[in-house]
Write a new protein. Structure first.
Ligand SMILES: O=C(O)CCC(=O)C(=O)O
Ligand SMILES: [Fe+2]
Length: 427
């Protein structure tokens, strides 16, 4: 290892091609204020493998004094060992491009709208849905593409049991989880190496579908269940049943806000390709470089997500392009519009960009329910919502093929960006 200093950066640490190092604090004894921020080094080093520079925000940390500019310090063993004591190994497959790395502080002020669904469950609810509730849903889908719901009808006990089962599963030894690891032939089960936009995510997942079938597009929708924890399958299938009810309720509310009959969209979901994902985001020693899930939009119709109290889900606010944190709220769900609703609504509603930030100290768990239509559905703007003055903005595409192409990129690192909804946008 060689250590160089450069004129514009305090430190650049080299390594081999496969092993990059940068200076950082270890997890223990770290507080937020002591965290360094990492940036990719400008090309100041003649050595192409010297790629990472570390900028220490807090000079009170136990760091050596700054070496003189442009001095090669690899001959100073004491200095090197002191630096090494503060090194974390960076796996380059997790490193995001500089423009996608999270800033140190993410605001949660002016966060996503919160909608109370209790009017739908009260005794006096009858068949009428308050217009105030509908307009809240409409504004949230239009301005944010994201909202949180409380009093949603899913019992707290069901949520808590699912969260406990999820934690138990991820706590199993790796070799036990690998028994149900997904592969190219069967895409459901455990996976620890998912990529979003060709960068590896700092997470582990377990996926299962609501309806198993050998699909027409050649996608095998078949679950793999672990034998332990014993009540795992039963618990999370029960959770999924409740969340499915909530997903249909939200779908009907959205139909109403589009001036359509409440069940207008339901038929698309009779043979749904919905799947549920359990996410575990372990603590990450370089949260300024990696993400739990890279920036993306969900490709299905709707996502209904339960998150624990740690926080990390960031949404790109439509109004100003700022990333804001979706503040965890006990006993709530986060709902977001996916690409399909964006297309059905002919861009009235937007599928918002989001990502997951990680942290150095706490494990985070979440459970998204990806509400997806049948694979044979051809997605296009709904005929009721287009006319000569407002022509359809998307060409028709087949959901099953789109879904399969997206899943393929979970296995291979493509050189180019995988299929996106914008590819179907009319000029
Ligand atoms: O874990 C989260 O909060 C969000 C995960 C997510 O966006 C996804 O899996 O698509
Ligand atoms: Fe997502």
């Amino acid at each position: 290892m060689e250590i160089f200093t450069g004129s514009s950066t305090p430190l650049v640490l080299g390594g081999s091609h496969k092993t990059l190092w940068c200076v950082g604090y270890r997890n223990d004894s770290t507080t937020k204020n002591h965290l360094p921020t990492f940036r990719t080094a400008p090309r100041i080093s003649p050595n192409p493998i010297c790629r990472l520079a570390a900028f220490f925000q807090n000079p009170n940390g136990a760091l050596p004094p700054q070496p003189q500019n442009k001095t090669k310090i690899s001959h100073q063993p004491q200095l090197i060992s002191l630096l090494m004591a503060h090194c974390v190994q960076v796996d380059p497959s997790f490193v995001q491009e500089p423009e996608h790395r999270p800033k140190a502080a993410i605001s949660d002020a002016d966060g996503v709208p919160l909608i109370d669904l209790s009017p739908l469950f009260s005794d006096s609810a009858g068949n009428t849905i308050p217009t105030t509730l509908l307009s809240q849903v409409e504004v949230a889908c239009r301005d944010w593409g994201f909202f949180q719901v409380i009093n949603h009808g899913v019992p707290l006990e069901v949520l808590k049991k699912a969260e406990a089962a999820e934690k138990k599963f991820f706590a199993l030894p790796e070799e036990e989880k690998l028994i149900v690891r997904r592969d190219e032939a069967n895409r459901f089960g455990y996976y620890e190496s998912e990529h979003t936009k060709n960068v590896r995510d700092w997470k582990r997942i377990f996926d299962f579908v609501l309806q198993e079938r050998l699909d027409v597009t050649g996608l095998v929708l078949k679950n793999r269940w672990p034998e332990v924890p014993l009540d795992f399958r039963e618990t999370i299938e029960e959770y999924a049943k409740y969340v499915e009810k909530l997903a249909f309720i939200v779908l009907e509310l959205i139909s109403l806000t589009l001036n359509l009959p409440p069940k207008r969209l339901n038929a698309f979901f009779e043979e749904q390709t919905t799947f549920v994902r359990l996410n575990h985001y372990p603590p990450c020693p370089y949260p300024d470089l990696a993400l739990g899930v890279g920036h993306h939009k969900d490709s299905g119709a709707l996502t209904v997500l339960y998150q624990d109290s740690v926080g990390g889900l960031d949404v790109k606010r439509q109004s100003d392009g700022e990333w804001v944190r979706v503040k965890p709220m006990p006993n709530s769900f986060v709902i977001n519009v996916g690409d399909i609703i964006q297309v059905w609504s002919n861009d009235k509603y937007l599928s918002a960009e989001h990502r997951v930030s990680v942290n150095t100290l706490r494990d985070r768990f979440s459970i998204p329910f990806f509400f997806n239509p049948a694979s044979n559905i051809d997605v296009k703007p709904l005929p009721e919502l287009v006319d000569d003055r407002n022509p359809g903005k998307y060409k028709e595409y087949n959901w099953g093929e789109f879904f399969k192409r997206r899943m393929d990129s979970d296995f291979k690192k493509f050189e180019v960006e995988n299929i996106q909804i914008d590819h179907f946008k009319r000029a």
